[in-house]
Design a protein around this ligand. Structure first.
Ligand code: SAM
Length: 228
């Protein structure tokens, strides 16, 4: 792969700053959104080993432990996020079963086919360049074992009107791809397109709308399974 980190320098700097300031959390405490807890219960039913790509400081990954997830690997481009994740895992005695790796899609190469029975990708696929997003989905198809479960959370699909209202200073780079003022990419993915990218190995079992409070946009949450 050509240099992966280069296009994400601003992304990494943005999240480094955010996670540097983030307080520790207690993985035992509820996330505060019942639908997310229920989704993690679904993921954790078979006590899986889980990959969380774009894990941040591991809030979702470490909280998934109480819902049955037995082991986890978090991958994130932000050094600060990964270090904080490692620190919190250690603080709560989870570091034997949960590890954090700084990097991105190239780091996934080190894992063998069918290495994970579960995957979490929350609010990162739509911040990738589309070619990388497609590559990530191909890697998930390889890494998830047959029957494995995959939770994918995304921003809502925005109409052109919503783009100009919500992202007024963003720069269009190509069809459905924008560069936000923050330096983050926004890949505006229609749900139908997602279905096509998943096929044929991954099937979308259910799509839910997640309400994350008054200051956050409603997200799409997809329950996906790899065919047996
Ligand atoms: C919105 S945060 C979500 C964090 C976590 N998934 C959650 O839901 O709490 C996006 C995360 O994706 C990571 N990220 C963004 N682009 C990435 C890339 N190209 N490769 C790996 N991680 C990336 C960021 O560093 C950040 O931690």
């Amino acid at each position: 792969m050509e240099d992966y980190t280069n296009p994400y320098k601003k992304t990494a700097a943005f999240w480094d700053q955010a996670f540097y300031q983030a307080p520790d959390f207690d993985p035992e405490k509820p996330l505060g959104f019942r639908e997310l807890e229920k989704a993690l219960q679904w993921l954790g039913e078979e006590k899986p080993r889980v990959l969380d790509f774009g894990c941040g400081h591991g809030r979702i990954l470490l909280c998934s432990n109480k819902h049955g997830v037995s082991q986890g690997v978090g991958v994130d481009i932000s050094k600060e996020a990964v270090e904080k994740g490692q620190h919190i895992a250690k603080k709560f005695g989870l570091d034997k079963n949960f590890e954090f790796i700084q990097g991105g899609i190239p780091e996934l190469k080190k894992f063998k086919d069918d290495s994970f029975q579960g995957v979490i990708i929350f609010n990162v696929l739509d911040n990738l360049l589309p070619d990388h997003g497609k590559l990530l989905i191909e890697e998930i198809k390889r890494l998830l074992s047959p029957g494995g479960k995959f939770l994918l959370k995304l921003n809502p699909f925005l109409t052109p009107r919503e783009i100009s209202d919500n992202l007024p200073n963003s720069v269009p780079l190509e069809d459905n791809l924008f560069l936000e003022q923050s330096g983050l990419y926004f890949w505006n993915i229609p749900s139908e397109k997602l279905k096509n990218l998943m096929a044929p190995e991954l099937t979308i079992e259910k799509e839910n709308e997640i309400n994350q409070g008054p200051n956050a946009p409603k997200n799409r949450l997809f329950f996906i399974q790899k065919i047996n």
